[in-house]
Design a protein. Sequence first.
Length: 364
Amino acid sequence: MAGEEAPAAGTDAPAAEPGRLLVVDDDEGNRQLLERRLRRLGHDVLCAADGREALALLRRTPRDLVLLDLQMPVLDGEETLRILRADPELQRLPVIVLSASRDLSRVVRCIGLGAEDYLPKPFNPVLLRARIDACLGKKRLQDREAEQRRRIEELLHVILPKDVARELQATRQVQPRAVAEVAVLFTDLAGFTSWCSGKSAIAVHRELQGLVEAFEEISARHGLEKIKTIGDSFMAVAGLVSPLPNPAAAAVACGLELARAAATHGEGWRLRVGVHAGPVSAGVIGRQKYQYDVWGDTVNIASRMEQAAPPGSVCVEASTWVRIAALYAGESLGVVSLKGKGEREILRITGPRSAPTDGGAAVG
């Protein structure tokens, strides 16, 4: 047994922040000696007699630090370290290598493989404690940084589509892009402003939060990407991030379900929904506060369809109707003048057809 140097005064005081340690050494006396000393410091200690046993323990029991002897049968310390560094789940686990040999070439190779530090045998209690404390402190800092990165990633995925968030993280920018065929959906609650009159901010927020959460779930189920909410208005796009065979049909199906959800809400709200299909441009706007947005004529016309829709209905313009006429029945609400676009026929969707048709007519 390599043994341990005599303990120095104060080295047995409990560690300020104990960790979960794994001692890997084929010498039972060394394992027991280290285990006793580390437990006196307050650490949670497990032991293994070789690299294979250590790897099995690590894959089922989380540890904060490994004390790894280099000279062992079955699987030695250097090879164990190579396996750890190749394992995505364990590659960041800090390792202190232990050796009684005066030949430091293997120690140098292990440092090159990513070992945090080295402890010679026999152990100096002061050095043992200092290096363990330093490694655990570094790991705690890395864990906090990793948690912070995870929270930032979660926040990005809340405000941006997943592919867009990944592009922003990888390149620190998002290239704007043109998408040839999407369907833009706008909604607005009829009478919401007057309903808010006299209500507390908490009461309004509670009702609106519940409704928007339902809208988010419904739109995601139909394959739409939520773009934003402005007050009681909700905007989503079909076919923007994930391709859909018929974005207009998906948006109309979503709009009908949104209108039903609003109507069955406790307040019996009636929802106006406008849908329009066509090309858009999309990208991230802003730097201090990111906003993924879409723009173009398709967006403007969808907004106008919502404004023209009677409460409780979903409306489209004639060119969008052509894309869904085989799937949905509708009725004409007449012709309106759209700024810069001339006169357009507006149709209200009355519901899905009982069977597909070969249609393309303006009404069903």
